[in-house]
Design a protein around this ligand. Structure first.
Ligand code: NAP
Length: 482
């Protein structure tokens, strides 16, 4: 079942930071895959830009090395490699200087779709936007793509928004949260709003609670010093987990378009209640015999930054009042696993004598690995001897159910959406600011209290206190398993 590919218009894509890690690992391979899929023609122009003095040929070599390392398609599609590389060019530019801009101007045209990917540190966004404007490189329809982190609090996010707004309209700004590009995340919306059977139950009458887990097995490694300035709340919760929460909790938009969807997500963020300190558990991984602790990795023996966080959140609106949303994310946990679990209420009465219930239906949406959905249902245990009930998952693993379908990865979809001019899966400025408005007081609170994160054993599910967060409510976390 080959997926349908709708070609995009000819475009010029300038990747500032085109020699960096993100460009090599994600952007270039994503573009190659879409090219192989037939989504764009050889008249597209992809221009890397960074300070390094490289020729176009040297940049194409760099890009080919990146494909060899990071693209599984490289070997199978050797014929397409040459055609793809042919579209690549390079300009040596310092975001804060004046060299290279005229050369860049000559290589792009305002007659085509223009996209400028800011794959550089956020401190350079303003300089890039200003020069794209003052050198009259960006046309009125040009799009800019910006990466996380989008600020480190509400104030810095507001400042970044204001800087971009000086030169670009909100309809031109694409703030990437790659979680929104994941196929399962979009499926979440299809599931909710494309089926009769879920939406009538999607409220506090039928749902007991919701768990969102994003667990990683890696530590902070070589990024320790950088990570120590942010922590799990800023790095994961404020963006990825909150976006997932919004998609689960939002009201049905009247239409699936960018502003309708983002309006509904914004309402969810605004309805999030402050979280009491005893509903937040922060942790840091300990050392093992062979691996350093978080504090060693962060090169900060007195670090209070969390590599794990779990929290109990509430949304104060008609639909969700009384339904806790438990969020958790962390490094060096038992397995690499991201999941949203919607746990339904138990039946009020069982007609089956001796039944050891309660049984709960659980809708589990797996983001990684093995993207898919499963629904735990209660059935009769096979065999004679009366009605014994067991809970079994009805499993829809996408790789099996849709075998042969070419499922684009997050960056592929998102970059093509930029070219198409579809902002639905990108965060709007007011959404990002509202998200920080909710997280800022929580972060300021633990900083003011000098809260020390709890230690946890690498390979575990996080600190004991995180288990207590649910035990206290008579609930338990789902197992973290790959
Ligand atoms: P990186 O590996 O450090 O690359 C930075 C890029 O920016 C290089 O190409 C660098 O090349 C260029 N650059 C630096 N200063 C410049 C200047 N003054 N003018 C023009 N170009 C300049 O960083 P990265 O990991 O690719 O990350 C890029 C952005 O994506 C960051 O905002 C990061 O937070 C975000 N991000 C990265 C990842 C990831 O997986 N890597 C994931 C999510 C978000 P020269 O030094 O030659 O100029």
């Amino acid at each position: 079942m080959a997926s349908r590919v709708i070609p995009v218009a000819p475009f010029d894509l300038v990747v500032f930071g085109g020699t960096g890690d993100l460009a090599k690992r994600k952007i270039i391979p994503a573009l190659f895959r879409r090219f192989v899929a037939g989504q764009f023609e050889e008249d597209a122009r992809i221009i890397g830009a960074a300070r390094a003095a490289l020729s176009g040929a040297e940049y194409r070599t760099l890009a080919e090395e990146a494909l060899k390392e990071f693209s599984a398609e490289y070997v199978e599609n050797s014929k397409e490699v040459a055609a793809f590389l042919h579209m690549l060019d390079y300009v040596s530019i310092d975001a804060t200087g004046d060299g290279g801009w005229e050369e860049l101007k000559a290589k792009t045209s305002t007659d085509r779709v223009q996209a400028f990917y800011f794959s550089v540190a956020p401190s350079l966004f303003g300089a890039l936007a200003e020069r794209l404007h003052s050198y009259q490189i960006a046309g009125p329809e040009a799009r800019v793509v910006v990466e996380k982190p989008f600020g480190r609090d509400q104030e810095t996010a507001k400042a970044l928004n204001a800087t971009l707004a000086e030169y670009f309209d909100e309809t031109q700004i694409y703030r990437i949260d790659h979680y929104l590009g994941k196929e399962t995340v979009q499926n979440l919306m299809a599931l909710r709003f494309g089926n009769m059977m879920f939406e009538p139950l999607w409220n506090n009458h039928y749902i007991d609670h919701i768990q969102i887990t994003v667990a990683e097995t890696v530590g902070v490694g070589g990024r320790g010093a950088y990570y120590d300035k942010s922590g799990a709340m800023r790095d994961m919760v404020q963006n990825h987990l909150m976006q997932l929460l919004c998609l689960i909790a939002m009201e049905p938009p009247a239409i699936y378009d960018a502003d309708a969807v983002r309006d509904e997500k914004l309402k969810v963020i605004r309805a999030l209640q402050p979280v009491a300190p005893h509903h937040i558990v922060r942790g840091q991984y300990e050392a093992t015999d062979t691996a350093p602790s978080y504090r060693d990795d962060a090169e900060n023996p007195r670090s209070f930054t969390e590599s794990f966080i779990a929290m109990r959140c509430e949304i104060a609106n008609w639909r969700w009042a009384g339904v806790p949303f438990y969020l958790r994310t962390g490094k060096k946990l038992r397995a690499r696993s991201s999941e949203i679990a919607v746990v339904f209420k138990a039946l009020g009465h069982s007609i089956f004598e001796g039944d050891t219930g309660p049984h709960r239906n659980i809708l589990s949406i797996r983001l990684q690995p093995n993207e898919g959905i499963d629904m735990t249902v209660t059935v009769k245990e096979p065999g004679p001897g009366g009605m014994r009930l067991i809970d079994v998952p009805l499993d829809l693993t996408f790789a099996e159910a849709m075998a042969g379908t070419d499922s684009p990865e997050a960056y592929e979809r998102l970059i093509m959406d930029v070219i198409r001019g579809n902002q639905t899966l990108f965060m709007r400025g007011d959404e990002v600011e509202a998200a920080w408005r909710w997280t800022d007081p929580l972060i300021n609170g633990w900083e003011a209290r000098n809260d020390v994160p709890k230690q946890y054993v690498p390979g575990s599910s996080g600190p004991e206190d995180a288990l207590m967060l649910l035990h206290r409510d008579g609930r338990r976390w789902r197992d973290i398993k790959a």
